[in-house]
Design a protein around this ligand. Structure first.
Ligand SMILES: Cc1ncc(COP(=O)(O)O)c(C=O)c1O
Length: 401
């Protein structure tokens, strides 16, 4: 009989009592104080913090233009609209992502067309599959830097150039990731960031459009503020202008000064955050190298990924249990493993609308069925990390075939 320790889900003692989430923000007391300063000030929104954040992000990324908005989703919607994509246009994108990276295309009446992912380059779009999906209606490729791994931007750039396509980078997961000496988000015609609390920079909510196009930056300024020709700040503080016109249709996608200040404070700590994420990833890489039951992602030493996620792939035939049971078993051990993502082409809404079926994207479906995200965030201690490794090992010993 087995001498392995009894998993908590089978009635054994859990590895830890305090639940370790897969991702978590880290706000310092100084940052709380800094945000309070904004709360005590005159401008809670449309004030000076937003422009300051945009300048600092542009410096960090080496980008010409950054325009901040109130979510990553809003950033994607601004990018697709601002680049002129709409009815009759096809946009090639990844099925292994959060629905926002597909929905932004749908919101403008354009058609998302999925290509398969590669299982070898961090689960990002496979350039060969992208090339095969190009039709005469294709106008853009919207890459998703899954988990903080950067898609092959050289190959994607070549396909885009050959076919006269725009490139949008969903960089929600990949702030601080680098390829060929360039920051993710600065390769394409637009890069879109998210400041959701599990992301690199936690502002509560927030996002930004990164671009080398002044036109896209101006579009985003108008689109985020109901198409108004002037802002409240210009009218009240600069006092140059006292009227406005509406010059295009827009939304309220404005980020508040409260969120912008928090994002600015977090940005100061971003290099440290990324370094700690890479350090934790390297420990996982070492722990899971040559593992018989799981495949770790590409090793930290081999790419410039910034590790929003650390996804491991289960080798199903080596386990006596299904992936979802392993997920639940980890959670019962106190380890907040989770899934990224159910493939978008098989979600009820998207399947019905776009007509995809199981089997259309074998790699994305295989990844979705076998990936498991384990906790990784800068505030995690070495002990937390060791608990994750111990829990996975404990379950492997008990459930291996
Ligand atoms: C890949 C991806 N794109 C876009 C978004 C949207 O970002 P937000 O939640 O800030 O709207 C997310 C959010 O989780 C995401 O994971």
């Amino acid at each position: 009989m087995r001498s392995a320790k009894l998993p908590a889900i089978e009635g054994g003692a859990p590895i830890r009592e305090e639940y370790l989430p897969y991702g978590k923000h880290w706000i310092s007391p100084e940052e709380v104080e800094s945000v309070c300063e904004v709360l005590r000030g005159d401008w809670l929104t449309t004030g000076p913090e937003v422009g300051l954040l945009e300048g600092e992000l542009a410096d960090y990324l080496g980008a010409r233009w950054v325009r901040a908005v109130n979510s990553g989703t809003a950033a994607l919607i601004c990018a697709v609209g601002g680049l002129g994509l709409g009815e009759g246009d096809e946009v090639i994108t990844s099925p292994l992502s959060f629905a926002a990276s597909t929905n932004c295309v749908l919101f403008h009446g354009a058609k998302p067309v999925f290509a398969d992912i590669s299982l070898e380059n961090g689960y990002c779009l496979d350039p060969e599959s992208v090339a095969g999906a190009v039709t005469k209606r294709t106008r853009a490729i919207l890459v998703v830097h899954y988990g903080g791994f950067v898609a092959d931007m050289v190959a994607i750039g070549e396909i885009a150039e050959e076919n006269g396509l725009l490139v949008i980078e969903d960089t929600a997961h990949a702030l601080g990731a680098v390829q060929e000496g360039r920051m993710a988000g600065t390769f394409g015609d637009a890069g879109c960031l998210s400041f959701h609390p599990v992301k690199h920079i936690a502002a509560g909510e927030g996002g930004a459009v990164v671009s080398s196009s002044e036109e896209l930056a101006r579009f985003t300024e108008l689109y985020r503020n109901q198409g108004l020709s002037t802002t409240t700040y210009q009218r009240q503080v600069e006092r140059k202008i006292h009227h406005y016109d509406v010059i295009m249709l827009g939304y309220n996608f404005r980020i508040s000064d409260i969120h912008a200040r928090l994002a600015r404070e977090q940005l100061k700590r971003q290099p440290g955050f990324v370094a700690r994420r890479r350090e934790l990833a390297q420990s996982y890489d070492e722990a899971f190298a040559d593992h018989e039951g799981i495949i770790p992602p590409p090793p930290a030493s081999e790419h410039g990924g910034s590790y929003h996620l650390y996804p491991v792939r289960i080798i199903p035939e080596r386990w006596r249990i299904e992936r979802d049971h392993l997920l639940q078993a980890l959670r019962t051990e106190g380890i907040g493993a989770t899934l990224h993502y159910p493939p978008i082409h098989l979600l009820q809404y998207h399947r019905q609308l776009l007509g995809y079926k199981s089997g259309d994207f074998p790699n994305a479906e295989a990844a979705a069925a076998t990936l498991l995200t384990i906790p990784l965030f800068p505030r995690m201690s070495d002990e937390d990390r060791d608990d994750v490794i111990s829990a996975l090992e404990k379950l492997w010993e008990y459930y291996k075939r």
